[in-house]
Write a protein that binds this ligand. Structure first.
Ligand code: ATP
Ligand code: MG
Length: 565
């Protein structure tokens, strides 16, 4: 079996969809369907989050339910308003709307605190003085049971008093914790008296300095689900071992009980996905920021030229399963290529210009040629392209010494200029070093529009721009950020950053594009004929046009799929 996810057989009918259908049939939640997307605002969203967003908002849509956006903001030292805002913008951009259902775990701090006191009163929680190091040592391992803390036997009164004083700020950071009293011998280490609260004097982006104790993820998470009356709390497989704790907390407090369901996270080849690692790439300046077009972040993909439709299509195709897998990034590229093929206007752009002079074309003469904007979209219309005596063609489209089956331009050879005429190469001009600096041609005026009345054929059609009319542009070509398919697999003993691709960004400073692109707005997407799909980068605002290559024209996905995907 391949390690690549295959497209889901029937989109929308995955096992979680079935579970929700079954709960509706039995009336378990009274027919309600309430899901949530619960990011921690400690970084920008990535394509893995898109899978979770499509799943949660998709279920709400399919079952006429609601999906909440809830920030799991329980760790003030790593979180910020910048992240909160970027997450909201990205969810909206992907095409989903939480309506009135925007929540913050930090809004529940007081309620969570009261419930923690309840657990103390029930004898189910205690204040511990073990240091973090000691606690680790007492915790045991997967094969050895943990040991009981000497502070576990404290009385309810003492625990209540100490916990209130923790909240009041009487103790130093890290000197005390509140722990659930569960089972230090449990085979599941998550159940070995997990920490519920720690002391941390750090201002929170919403609660500011009102709290110096903060709830741990597991404690806050399930109860936040309960407060919001979530029906299906969907999370990734790593949380399967936390489910007993999720259930224990809710039962111990004695409140409404949602159902946690786990699914396999998205892993994508040639990139890393954890926010911790993405942050490391940003802080280590391996990329220009969270929205660097090479990043797997939503912001990066957007800047690269991806559409929300293509990302949603990708999420549909990878499906939802219970087994971890690695999806080839070629599938994501296939999705955007398909979408842009339908919607992107075709234009002419020459990345590495080579001068072509048509010797028998009148000096100073300019013609306007008709060019189709998008053959896939009859409503896209056509435009006029200026044609003149001096053109630029792609340096690659000329060979002085052509190999066999090279159908582009070479001495003596004839090609079609897209939307223009047939030209035949008569001579070349070279510089002192022998480099070809100019191609000399003659054109056949009878071939205007691209066909010869005498029925003579040419095998090659090349693109071009008119030299006096074309405008200069910077073009940025991107390749995979990592050379290794799974940089996180450390079986080779190397750090994941050792696999960064030194050639992931190539800047072409002096490309030329057709004049109609002057003033193109950032985010506009084009197909550069014969070259690839490109989008205008926001850096264009600073002056000259800058284009990002979204994806090349060649689709590798079909090939991969055929070879046994
Ligand atoms: P990371 O490990 O990248 O930091 P996270 O799980 O810590 O991600 P959260 O902000 O907690 O990030 O994630 C919000 C939601 O997105 C969670 O429900 C989580 O399960 C889901 N999610 C995160 N990464 C992926 C992924 N690669 N595939 C699918 N869902 C994901
Ligand atoms: Mg996390």
């Amino acid at each position: 079996m391949s390690d690549r996810a295959t497209p889901a057989p029937a989109p929308g009918k995955h096992f979680i969809h079935q579970a929700v259908t079954e709960d509706n049939r039995t009336g378990r939640f009274g027919g309600r369907v309430v899901t949530r997307f619960p990011p921690e605002p400690n970084g920008y969203l990535h394509i893995g989050h898109a899978k979770s967003i499509c799943l949660n908002f998709g279920l709400a849509r399919d079952f006429d339910g609601t999906c909440h956006l809830r920030f799991g903001d329980t760790n003030p030292t790593k979180e910020s308003v910048e992240y909160v805002e970027s997450i909201m913008a990205d969810v909206h951009w992907l095409g989903f709307d939480w309506g009135k259902n925007l929540f913050y775990a930090s809004d529940y701090f007081e309620q969570l605190y009261q419930w923690a006191e309840d657990l103390i009163r029930k004898g189910l929680a205690y204040v511990d003085d073990l240091t973090p190091d000691q606690m680790r040592e007492y915790r045991g391992t997967l094969t050895e049971p943990g040991r009981t803390s000497p502070f576990r036997a404290r009385s309810v009164e003492e625990n209540l008093d100490l916990f209130r004083r923790m909240r009041a700020g009487e103790f130093e950071d890290g000197t005390k914790t509140l722990r659930a009293k569960i089972d230090m011998a449990s085979p599941n280490v998550n159940m070995r008296d997990p920490v519920m609260y720690r002391i941390r004097r750090a201002p929170h982006h919403r609660t500011e300095n009102r709290w110096c104790i903060y709830p741990m993820y597991d404690w806050a998470h399930g109860l936040s689900d309960s407060i919001e009356r979530i029906t299906h709390s969907i999370c990734t497989l790593e949380y399967e071992d936390h489910r007993p704790l999720y259930d224990w907390y809710i039962e111990a407090v004695g409140v409404y009980h949602p159902q946690q369901i786990e699914f396999a996270r998205l892993n994508l080849s040639h990139t890393v996905m954890s926010k911790r690692r993405l942050l490391e790439l940003v802080e280590g300046r391996h990329v220009s920021g969270w929205d660097d077009p090479r990043m797997p972040t939503i912001a990066g993909l957007r800047r690269r030229g991806y559409t929300p439709e293509a990302i949603r299509d990708f999420c549909d195709r990878i499906g939802v399963a219970k087994a971890d897998s690695m999806v080839d990034v070629a599938l994501l590229e296939h999705c955007i290529r398909e979408d842009l093929n339908r919607r992107a206007n075709r234009v002419m752009a020459v990345l590495r210009p080579l001068r072509l002079v048509i010797e028998n074309y009148p000096e100073g003469h300019v013609e306007e040629l008709d060019a189709v904007n998008n053959p896939e979209d009859p409503t896209a219309g056509s435009r006029k392209l200026p044609f003149s005596r001096v053109l630029y063609i792609e340096a690659d489209d000329f060979r002085e010494d052509p190999p066999k089956k090279y159908f582009r331009l070479a001495p003596g050879a004839e090609v079609r200029l897209r939307y223009g005429y047939f030209v035949r190469c008569t001579a070349v001009t070279k510089d002192a070093s022998g480099q070809v600096t100019e191609v000399r041609c003659t054109y056949d005026p009878a071939t205007r529009g691209g066909d010869a009345p005498d029925g003579r054929r040419v095998k090659g059609t090349i693109h071009w721009v008119s030299a006096p009319h074309a405008i200069p542009a910077e073009v940025r070509l991107y390749d995979h950020l990592f050379t290794k398919a799974n940089p996180s697999d450390d079986k080779d003993g190397l750090d994941w950053k050792a696999h960064l691709n030194p050639g992931s960004l190539e800047r072409i400073p002096d490309a030329r594009v057709e004049p109609g692109l002057a003033g193109a707005k950032p985010g506009t997407r084009y197909q550069f004929e014969r070259v690839g799909y490109f989008t205008v980068d926001p850096d264009s605002r600073q002056g000259g046009l800058v284009f990002n290559r979204t994806v090349g024209l060649r689709d590798t996905w079909a090939k991969i799929e055929k070879s046994g995907g």
